[in-house]
Design a protein around this ligand. Structure first.
Ligand SMILES: *Cc1c(COP(=O)(O)O)cnc(C)c1O
Length: 225
């Protein structure tokens, strides 16, 4: 299936989810996660009208970045090793995986311009997932005061791979409430208006719960969307 056809289907479902929850399509940014696909497929993705691309590993990012550069707005969505920060910071629009102070320090040292960051939260507390626990988020963000290169634009999470829709919804809702809490603090360096949540299997629920950035791989750029 072509990316454009997959996109049309996804947009239809997004519209339904927006309708159900009284939201508007233009509040939501689709990030096409190209980590599984070729440069050709990433080009097809851009041709379909999508401008935001996401990669979760340095190698994949560099390969695609080299081929496409500023034709796309890049989002780094995977775990970022501190020593690789310099290879990413000035090339991406946002980092979705800020999860520790050592990484923040490295970004501060390496970035030449302030960069949009999402703080990654392990709401489900699965051992296999990266991110801060819910309780750690506000103390962490408060420590970022004075970091001139870090602009906390939002929170990010990944829901577990389960079929239990209620459980998934609870996780997304928890992230939204936490976002609201940070937002209310009106920290100049952490406006925190955004929620990066929702992937191929759960983006509709994520939208109903307030996602502003959905990260879709398989169903958008995969062949079996
Ligand atoms: C791979 C990945 C996605 C997209 O996953 P799909 O299930 O293929 O849509 C989204 N976010 C992160 C952090 C990922 O690593």
């Amino acid at each position: 299936m072509g990316v454009a056809e997959n996109l049309a289907k996804i947009q239809e479902k997004m519209e339904e989810a927006c309708h159900k929850s009284g939201r508007k399509m233009d509040e939501i940014t689709i990030i096409a996660v190209t980590k599984y696909v070729t440069i050709e497929r990433a080009k097809e993705t851009l041709a379909s009208g999508i401008t935001n691309l996401g990669e979760n590993r340095l190698k994949g990012f560099e390969e695609k970045y080299h081929a496409l550069k500023e034709r796309a707005k890049w989002h780094f969505i995977g775990t970022l090793q501190s020593r690789k920060t310099r290879d990413v910071v000035d090339k991406v629009k946002a980092i979705h995986s800020l999860d520790r102070l050592s990484l923040a320090k490295e970004i501060e040292k390496r970035a030449s311009e302030p960069i949009d960051c999402f703080v990654q939260v392990n709401v489900s507390e699965e051992d296999t997932k990266h991110g801060l626990s819910v309780d750690e988020v506000i103390p962490f963000i408060e420590k970022l005061e004075g970091f001139t290169k870090i602009h906390v634009v939002g929170l990010m999470t990944m829901a577990p791979h389960i079929d239990d829709e209620t459980e998934i919804r609870t996780i997304f809702r928890r992230l939204r409430l936490l976002r609201d809490e940070v937002e209310r603090k009106e920290l100049p360096y952490a406006p925190c208006h955004y929620l990066s949540m929702g992937m191929s299997n759960d983006y509709e629920i994520a939208i109903e719960e307030g996602a502003t950035h959905i990260r879709i791989g398989t169903k958008l750029v995969g062949n079996d969307g």
